[in-house]
Ligand binder design. Sequence first.
Ligand SMILES: *[C@@H]1O[C@H](CO)[C@@H](O)[C@H](O)[C@H]1NC(C)=O
Ligand SMILES: *[C@@H]1O[C@H](CO)[C@@H](O)[C@H](O)[C@H]1NC(C)=O
Length: 359
Amino acid sequence: MHLLPLLLPLFALPTAYSWGAVGHEIVATIAQIHLHQPAQQALQHLLPNSKGHLAPIASWADRLRGLPYYSWSGELHYTSPLGDWPPSKCHFGDEGWKTTHDVLHAISNYTTRLSLDPSDVTSLKFLVHFIGDAHQPLHLTNRDRGGNDDRVRFEGRLMNLHSLWDGGFITKSVREQSNYTEALPSRQIESNLRGTIYDPYIRLLLWEGVRIWWRTSLPSWFICPSPLSLSSLSSSQLILSTAEDGEKLSSVVCPQTWAQETHKITCERTFPPSMGEEGEEHQVPELNTKEYYGPIRDGNIIEKLLVQGGLRLAATLNAIFEPEEDGEGVEGKGLLNFAWLEEAAAEGKQSERRVVELA
Ligand SMILES: *[C@@H]1O[C@H](CO)[C@@H](O)[C@H](O)[C@H]1NC(C)=O
Ligand SMILES: *[C@@H]1O[C@H](CO)[C@@H](O)[C@H](O)[C@H]1NC(C)=O
């Protein structure tokens, strides 16, 4: 414990506290695919350099935080629940927070700002990034500065625990993803892919993940506590209610609720028991093991977090950019543009019918 301050500079990597660029771009691309037309059109105006695509600006907030003028934004990338020391002590707000200048409040802050001023590009860029960060389990605990101070090995390579969750797992999956190199039968999906090395991985996340694995549980990802009961909740949700359409927004955007769920992963999966108790010395563990990495891989834990981040970002932007006159509210069209999923289901039924007719 006392040695820690001396050792810090050795492990403090510049990429500290963020999904790596690839994670953020995957989240942004999944969001892009699920935008309704009003949000798509708004982004065309806001982001002319990237032709309205979110991925090129998704890591902007990480590049910015190193600049002296923007150093205040550093702590907006994560949150520090007091008393939390996973896996032995799991607390997410019941003992309070180190500060409210954190990722949860930042999401509410920039959602509100963007909805009050839909031309506020800076708020858009922060929002895209922070919804991603809130889905990286090690952004939700203060133990060892979110794992930045813990050296680990993965497939023999030395890195810190935080960057393993930021990018290490994702890089491995992207590298080993040999299926889905061909275009999917969906213009909605394909026209938003950008010819990157992770395109096949995104196709897998949608075609198997959304369409099959999480199909039935997916609606539950979008349940926010009723705005009527807001007074009993933490202030991160209350900030939204200062926006004119705060009630509508807080029925879609609930960072506290999202993060509460992700923090279970922080608690159960991120710090291996071999890292010992507070202040205990331990060896640098290899984490590509059946015990540690096995359940993460087999449970598609990283994949689910990326998809949750992407779809929740899309729902947020759809709610923000929904035209006023659309009295139906976001519920009218659905939170998300799932046209591709409906087409795939219809196509599936048709080919079933063809098989039946042939038989
Ligand atoms: C809210 O946004 C403003 C403007 O960018 C910023 O100064 C402030 O630190 C933000 N607060 C939080 C909690 O995000
Ligand atoms: C690719 O698809 C085949 C056949 O469905 C499957 O057995 C294999 O595990 C898949 N590979 C990857 C890396 O997903």
